[in-house]
Design a protein around this ligand. Structure first.
Ligand code: FAD
Length: 389
């Protein structure tokens, strides 16, 4: 398999590249794009302060696009608004110069009525600690080029791979560790794809657009990175289909009945879609993992490593990158929790997810779906660059 030649089954999965692309483009991508705009899915609860447990000297990057936008109260769904009235911070000036922005510095757990508050063992942050949480409107803070680079990024990626997710030599590979490496590498590819798809092409005119050379250099010319992107997409898809009953029955209440009905209907169309089910009957088979005699030990070790990766996200020195880093690691932790913490014939019976985990899971899937689509759309340009060497 060389660059530009993605055919056959995605390694470690039960679907081929062509089907994955076509179902993504025709069914998943349009549904997910609508879903993430709904009031339920566009607000994410996140601890954004920098409390890096590893390198306290890490500074913030200076490009204004690194910062998360703050917004007027009118942006918030009704239940959030009522609870926070009188306690909202002064309307902040959006750092990207847009009028609509989106950070509520307060949070009341009554907003999460109908949803449990429980810590996810795969993440470092205590998900139930609401004191330092912020609400961010994800729609106003797109994941794209921010100018974040240099020592801080190198330190983070090196630490993620070297200490927590090493690429083992082939003879030492066990499935569980390979899976963890492929997931992180796939996520890294997706971040690079988003940087390439929405890049600041000209600072003086503030011109944004796709940067195909960057896509080629950072992702396309490394076949493993493309393969790992497909792998993480199918892995997260599997988690969503495994939790289908739970997700379909969950309460998507934001105080706006029309919007909430639409959200429920979109979730139903995603988790029970016959086209998706027939094309991806089992995108990834998690049942074969942790089966050996050292299964429980290995699971404990991998869980620890993943929690460490989650902790490292606190060291991302660019606020907007930290937001998306945390959201996507949280989404991946939710997928891991669905696939590996719940066993039995009817996993939905024992599953307990927080509202924020469901938001992270679907937003992650949407990011991955966008990445797949962009790589696929750019294929002709990538092949041309390949031919030109
Ligand atoms: P990097 O992407 O930093 O890669 C470092 C090294 O990792 C490479 O030299 C290569 O050896 C290896 N590598 C690269 N890709 C893969 C892969 N897919 N699989 C395996 N190994 C790989 N920047 C933005 O502009 N916008 C963002 O939203 C953003 N979000 C970020 C989120 C996080 C959590 C982190 C840690 C960084 C983020 N960055 C973001 C920075 C961005 O990821 C790069 O680090 C930065 O653009 C510098 O890129 P680079 O070319 O030095 O290579």
């Amino acid at each position: 398999l060389g660059p530009g030649n993605y055919t056959g089954l995605v390694e470690g999965c039960c679907c081929d590249y062509e089907t994955t692309d076509s179902v993504n483009e025709l069914v998943l991508h349009p549904l997910l794009q609508e879903l993430v705009k709904t009031p339920f899915f566009r607000y994410f609860k996140v601890k954004l302060w920098c409390d890096c447990p590893f390198w306290p000297d890490d500074g913030m990057c200076h490009l204004r696009d690194c910062s998360v936008c703050e917004c007027p109260e009118s942006e918030f769904p009704e239940p959030f608004k009522k609870l926070s009235r009188g306690r909202l911070v002064d309307e902040a000036i959006c750092q990207e110069g847009k009028q609509h922005a989106a950070v509520d510095k307060t949070l009341d757990d009554k907003v999460f009525k109908g949803w449990i508050e429980i810590d996810n063992p795969w993440t470092y942050d205590d998900e139930t600690d609401n004191s330092a949480m912020t609400f961010v409107n994800l729609q106003l803070n797109p994941e794209r080029y921010t100018g974040y680079t240099g020592t801080s990024t190198q330190r983070i990626w090196t630490s993620v791979y070297k200490d927590n997710c090493p690429k083992y030599p082939d003879e030492e590979l066990c499935d569980e560790k390979t899976v963890m490496y492929k997931l992180i590498s796939g996520l890294h590819s997706s971040i690079s794809v988003h940087i390439a798809s929405d890049y600041l092409l000209d600072v003086s005119t503030n011109l944004w657009g796709p940067n195909v050379e960057l896509l080629y250099d950072r992702v396309w010319k490394h076949p493993d990175r493309v393969k790992n992107l497909y792998f993480i997409f199918l892995f997260v898809m599997r988690a969503v289909t495994k939790a289908a009953d739970y997700l379909e029955q969950a309460e998507y209440n934001t105080g706006n009945p029309i919007e909430d009905l639409k959200t429920q209907s979109l979730v139903r169309q995603l988790v029970y879609n016959p086209k998706i089910h027939s094309s991806y009957p089992l995108p990834f088979n998690e049942a074969k993992l942790w089966q050996g005699t050292n299964g429980p030990e290995l699971k404990e070790q991998v869980l620890k490593q993943f929690r460490n990766i989650s902790a490292i996200m606190n060291c991302v020195a660019c606020e907007k990158c930290r937001l998306w880093g945390k959201l996507q690691v949280n989404g991946l932790a939710t997928a891991l929790k669905v696939l590996f913490s719940v066993n039995g014939n009817n996993p939905n019976q024992h599953l307990q997810l927080q509202r924020n985990e469901v938001i992270a899971l679907f937003n992650l899937l949407n990011r991955l779906s966008e990445s797949l689509k962009f790589v696929h759309d750019m294929r002709a340009s990538m092949e041309k660059m390949e031919r030109q060497g």
